[in-house]
Design a protein around this ligand. Structure first.
Ligand code: FES
Ligand code: FE2
Length: 356
């Protein structure tokens, strides 16, 4: 079933495109011993890893009596249904029926295109012919040896787009994160927002300022800094924050960041259903590599900050569910998310057109 939401005029509107790559799991969550069940775009899926290291992704329903295959067991590269033992290979073909000798050619379970990249398992819930791995969102920092960090998954009870809105607007830091990372200047500094195809970029440079406490500690020395916050949205649901500071006047704004410290906050928010999502995030840096205690400290601090966002978006969702006639409104600070939502809508409209 396509993701639907009432648009206030009684018409059902999909909330996400199906022709896109979505993160379904961290790479290490998909192994050779146990199948993993996940829901992506209202579709129940089962994942496991085969002996050559590649991943299988099937619809999580046995061809026979529809028991979720994820309740079954792995047998080498195949999955065995828990009910009557029908066995399927990674392409979804039935390779064994214990109760009879003859196989049935049409006994197939739908398989999904799947790629293991940047420490995430990406799945394509739409038309498999369109599943070009070149369209996987750029999150290469996650397994680039020049960068180091770690992250988590947040399972949240909200439309994934509320997180897109949240990440495209950093002015909320001053309020939602007032006691953690916020300071009043964030809400004041202007951002420059541009769109290019399926990406939206919001850029803010603050030059020659006293470093905020977090960045001062990362930098480890005194002196004024130039600070950047560059938010890049890649449709439909990936947002990379490029953040850092460099000593003032050392050319960071012009492109030489070598006299500074740089981090990336990698975010990809997969719709599970219309009202729930899986938010995969990772915090990586290009300094103090192989410092595991710093990695853990930054990850845990960030996890606490993101809980502050979760409280907000889940409360928004509750209001939306209880008041289907109310609408979200936009201010200047929402320029980035307005662009982002427009691109998502265009992707959905293009699919609807092809389908009709
Ligand atoms: S339901 Fe799977 S084998 Fe019968
Ligand atoms: Fe936040």
């Amino acid at each position: 079933m396509m993701g639907d939401q009432n648009n206030g005029r009684g018409e059902a509107v999909p909330t996400f495109p199906l022709n896109a790559w979505y993160a379904a799991a961290w790479s290490q969550e998909v192994g050779r011993r146990q199948p993993l069940a996940r829901t992506v775009c209202n579709k129940s899926m089962v994942f496991w890893r085969k002996s050559d290291g590649s991943i299988a992704a099937l619809e999580d329903a046995c061809w026979h009596r529809l028991l979720p295959l994820s309740m079954g067991q792995l047998d080498g590269d195949d999955i065995v249904c828990h009910y009557h033992g029908l066995t399927f290979d990674g392409t979804g073909r039935c390779v064994r029926i214990p109760s009879q000798d003859k196989l049935i050619k049409s006994a197939c379970v739908r398989s999904y295109p799947v790629v293991d990249r940047y420490r995430f398992v990406w799945v394509w819930p739409g038309d498999p012919d369109l599943a070009d791995p070149a369209l996987i969102p750029d999150m290469h920092w996650n397994d680039d040896p020049e960068w180091e960090g770690d992250g988590q998954t947040m399972f949240a009870k909200c439309d994934y787009r509320l997180f897109v809105d949240n990440l495209m607007d950093l002015t909320h830091e001053s309020f939602v994160h007032a006691t953690s990372i916020g300071n009043e200047h964030v809400a004041e500094a202007p951002m420059d927002t541009t769109q290019d195809g399926r990406t939206v970029t919001s850029t803010r440079w603050t030059l020659n300022i006293d470093a905020p406490p977090f960045w001062r500690a990362q930098l480890g020395r005194p002196g004024n800094v130039d600070r950047w916050q560059i938010i890049r949205f890649e449709a439909p649901c990936t947002i990379v924050l490029d953040v850092g500071v460099a000593m003032t006047g050392t050319g960071a704004f012009e492109g030489d960041r070598s006299d500074g410290v740089n981090g990336r906050v990698l975010n990809t928010i997969t719709p599970e259903t219309d009202g729930t999502c899986m938010y995969f995030w990772s915090l990586v840096r290009n300094y103090r590599l192989r410092d595991q205690s710093l990695t853990t400290q930054l990850r845990d601090a960030n996890a606490n900050i993101f809980v502050e966002d979760q409280v907000v978006v889940e409360a928004q969702q509750k209001t939306i569910d209880e008041n289907p006639d109310l609408v979200l409104r936009s201010l200047n600070i929402d320029a980035g998310s307005v662009w982002a939502r427009r691109i998502i809508e265009e992707m959905i409209a293009a699919e609807e057109k092809t389908a009709s």
